[in-house]
Ligand binder design. Structure first.
Ligand SMILES: *[C@@H]1O[C@H](CO)[C@@H](O)[C@H](O)[C@H]1NC(C)=O
Ligand SMILES: *[C@@H]1O[C@H](CO)[C@@H](O)[C@H](O)[C@H]1NC(C)=O
Ligand SMILES: *[C@@H]1O[C@H](CO)[C@@H](O)[C@H](O)[C@H]1NC(C)=O
Ligand SMILES: *[C@@H]1O[C@H](CO)[C@@H](O)[C@H](O)[C@H]1NC(C)=O
Ligand SMILES: *[C@@H]1O[C@H](CO)[C@@H](O)[C@H](O)[C@H]1NC(C)=O
Ligand SMILES: *[C@@H]1O[C@H](CO)[C@@H](O)[C@H](O)[C@H]1NC(C)=O
Ligand SMILES: *[C@@H]1O[C@H](CO)[C@@H](O)[C@H](O)[C@H]1NC(C)=O
Ligand SMILES: *[C@@H]1O[C@H](CO)[C@@H](O)[C@H](O)[C@H]1NC(C)=O
Ligand SMILES: *[C@@H]1O[C@H](CO)[C@@H](O)[C@H](O)[C@H]1NC(C)=O
Ligand SMILES: *[C@@H]1O[C@H](CO)[C@@H](O)[C@H](O)[C@H]1NC(C)=O
Ligand SMILES: *[C@@H]1O[C@H](CO)[C@@H](O)[C@H](O)[C@H]1NC(C)=O
Ligand SMILES: *[C@@H]1O[C@H](CO)[C@@H](O)[C@H](O)[C@H]1NC(C)=O
Ligand SMILES: [Cu+2]
Length: 568
């Protein structure tokens, strides 16, 4: 707690007593550090693709500043909103044990920070190390309000893989020439899909672009030395695009996803969905006299419009000549389903003595969630109808105060706890659907007792068209025990579940026309959002929340909200 600067004598005494009590209870915390950050949200002009626009940024930076911490640290981020939009920030993948007030999703965990207001996010990183990221969690502001979270292991704890000489953060994103708030507002009004982005970006760079001379400075370059090993911390902060990432001539060794260590495996293609993070070792073992193309391109295996541009960066060896040979790479085709599935199936928890995979074996709540895109009437929309997303046929309607506040203060009329644990009607989910495409509106949560074990089978449907959905759960990591194409079969499929070393993460794809089974323990009281991390689908209502009740023990309840919690 060395960086803490108490403001008043009273505060100092209180903190001192608090610190002593904590140290007596948990001697291991003696080394925990408090990390202070100031995030000032301001508009700033950026020029890309020969076009300038003002974007929402943290401290004027795009991508935003990297938050550095160690496992066990207490992180305090003061977010000051100096723009004309309501803002919240989500610390994506941070477990937020009992600190749901700092989770961030607007109207789920908190009311937004309104213009000229501020809020102190306060959380402690427990049992996690690796790469995560932070992003705005309201409307589409996360398009430009995002940045990396780098969590180092505790001091003196080595990585369970060869130590890299350097670490490089690689934030993948999407860029629209238009204002992204206008893009989603227009789509909401018309009921139609929003425009796709104009380019992909690697650490904010679009790469060389035709007909735009100034973009030559806009190429991301990764500088390496021959024979050295680097740790790439790759983050997909894109709004709607699942992507492939490659470096010509080089292979990656994946060692961690979503801040959980994996069994190392080697691949020439990284598949990464919005909301996911991947740490991979890169050995600079090719000829140092070459330049190597880096590529980022979309994956989409359904009839859905998507940004189909490939963005290039460069890997350069130290000492290589400026005019050295350029080694090219081809990207997988847009519809390379097998490349997506191969990468996803290769992921396994490290499951070592130090990092065991604590997969729940006995399940208290077995849930089956269908998800997809339907159509509801909308008299004011372009075709008299609008696209909607749903889970178990419920399109989630945002409340006007946060679910967590409504739960904590027992405010009635904000939500109901009758979210269906299975679809009300069963049908052949993955064949051409001929029934009604309509859904029901609702602000429904699924209630779980503290410490219950939960299995959720997530089933894609082909209401309009089947599509891959990266589902993200707040407040928990889950284990991905199974995945398949077609309809889930609850007698046959559990036989092939991996209950030994399934990958542990916070965001997983439900493959196009298929299913994914996840398991977690409800050990974190609060209200936790679960939604598709394609922002277009979240906007359409493909989202729900779990309400986890308090336990009976002293450390099993939500803590009271901080005094500066924003009001609605
Ligand atoms: C962006 O540039 C325009 C045109 O020069 C200017 O009017 C505007 O104030 C700038 N916005 C910001 C946030 O700097
Ligand atoms: C952060 O939260 C912890 C635990 O709830 C609390 O003890 C501490 O005082 C808070 N820190 C600040 C600066 O509010
Ligand atoms: C890299 O390793 C190779 C094979 O061991 C060796 O021939 C080469 O000289 C090394 N390069 C550098 C820059 O050390
Ligand atoms: C890429 O998408 C654009 C429209 O978004 C479309 O006109 C074009 O044909 C697509 N290109 C390919 C190669 O699919
Ligand atoms: C992928 O798209 C290409 C070009 O549109 C098409 O020729 C091919 O059949 C598609 N592959 C699959 C597996 O659908
Ligand atoms: C997927 O894995 C299989 C089996 O290892 C391999 O034969 C195939 O080439 C891989 N496909 C892609 C696209 O990586
Ligand atoms: C669903 O429909 C497909 C295509 O008609 C068929 O192959 C499959 O057996 C059906 N599945 C079930 C569970 O009825
Ligand atoms: C579903 O419909 C599409 C287009 O109408 C057709 O190409 C496809 O064969 C159909 N699939 C099944 C399983 O009936
Ligand atoms: C969803 O609910 C709507 C409205 O009640 C209904 O018309 C539709 O048939 C339901 N769809 C499914 C797949 O259950
Ligand atoms: C569902 O909720 C939306 C607002 O999210 C509203 O526009 C629509 O009218 C509602 N539909 C029904 C059938 O209540
Ligand atoms: C949660 O349940 C497991 C058994 O399923 C038990 O071992 C563990 O102690 C419980 N944890 C808490 C905090 O109650
Ligand atoms: C900002 O949030 C407040 C509180 O929820 C709400 O009343 C207001 O309408 C929001 N402003 C905008 C522009 O959405
Ligand atoms: Cu989705």
């Amino acid at each position: 707690m060395n960086k803490e600067v108490p403001k008043s004598r009273e505060g100092r005494m209180e903190r001192w007593i608090h610190a002593v009590v904590i140290l007596l209870m948990f001697p291991a915390l003696a080394e925990a550090t408090v990390r202070h950050y100031n995030f000032k949200v301001v508009m700033k002009n950026y020029t890309k693709l020969c076009s300038t626009k003002a974007i929402a940024t943290v401290n004027g930076k795009f991508p935003g500043p990297t938050l550095h911490a160690r496992e066990g640290d207490n992180v305090l981020v003061k977010v000051i909103n100096n723009i004309n939009y309501n803002v919240t920030i989500h610390w994506h993948g941070i477990r937020q044990l009992k600190t749901g007030w700092s989770d961030g999703p607007a109207y789920v965990a908190q009311c937004p920070i309104q213009p000229e207001q501020s809020y102190l996010y306060n959380f402690t990183i427990i049992g996690q190390r690796g790469t995560l990221f932070w992003h705005a969690h309201i409307s589409w502001l996360r398009a430009t309000l995002h940045g990396a979270i780098v969590i180092l292991p505790k001091k003196g704890t080595p990585y369970p893989f060869p130590h890299p000489v350097k670490e490089k953060v690689i934030v993948l994103g999407e860029w629209w020439k238009a204002d992204t708030e206008a893009v989603i507002n227009q789509a909401t009004q018309s009921g139609m899909p929003p425009n796709v982005s104009d380019s992909h970006i690697i650490n904010g760079h679009t790469g060389p672009v035709r007909n735009c001379s100034i973009s030559t400075q806009g190429t991301y370059t990764l500088h390496v030395e021959h024979n050295k090993t680097y740790l790439l911390r790759i983050i997909n902060a894109a709004i709607n695009d699942e992507v492939f990432f490659r470096i010509a001539g080089h292979k990656f060794t994946v060692v961690e996803v979503d801040a959980s260590y994996t069994k190392p495996f080697t691949t020439d293609t990284i598949y990464i969905a919005p909301g996911q993070t991947t740490n991979a070792l890169l050995k600079a073992d090719q000829s140092p006299t070459g330049k190597y193309l880096i590529g980022m391109s979309s994956f989409m295996d359904a009839p859905v419009a998507v940004d189909n541009t490939t963005t290039y960066g460069l890997l350069r060896y130290k000492g290589g000549l400026a005019n050295s040979r350029l080694v090219l790479t081809t990207m997988p085709p847009l519809n390379a389903t097998q490349a997506q599935l191969n990468f996803t199936h290769a992921l396994r928890s490290l499951n070592s003595r130090d990092y065991p995979a604590k997969v729940p074996l006995d399940i208290d709540h077995s849930l089956f969630f269908t998800m997809g895109v339907g159509v509801n009437p909308c008299p004011t929309c372009l075709n008299g109808s609008k696209l909607v997303g749903s889970i178990n046929n419920v399109t989630f309607v945002m409340p006007t105060i946060s679910l967590l506040q409504a739960h904590y203060y027992k405010i009635k009329g904000v939500f109901t706890d009758d979210f269906p644990g299975k679809p009300l009607t069963t049908f052949n989910y993955t064949t051409n659907f001929t029934g009604s495409l309509a859904t029901v509106n609702g602000t429904k949560v699924y209630r779980l007792p503290f410490n219950a074990t939960v299995q959720v089978v997530l089933q894609d449907t082909s209401l309009i068209a089947p599509e891959s959905h990266p589902l993200h759960l707040h407040g928990f990591n889950f284990f991905v025990v199974g995945m398949g194409i077609g309809n889930y079969d609850d007698t046959k499929d559990p036989e092939s579940f991996n209950l030994v070393d399934p990958v542990e993460r916070n965001t997983i794809d439900v493959p196009t026309g298929g299913w994914t089974a996840i398991r977690f323990r409800a050990d974190n009281p609060g209200v936790w959002f679960m939604h598709c991390h394609l922002e277009v689908h979240t906007s359409w209502g493909l989202k729900m929340a779990f309400l986890i009740e308090n336990g009976d023990g002293p450390n099993e309840s939500i803590v009271p909200p901080p005094k500066d919690l924003p009001k609605c």
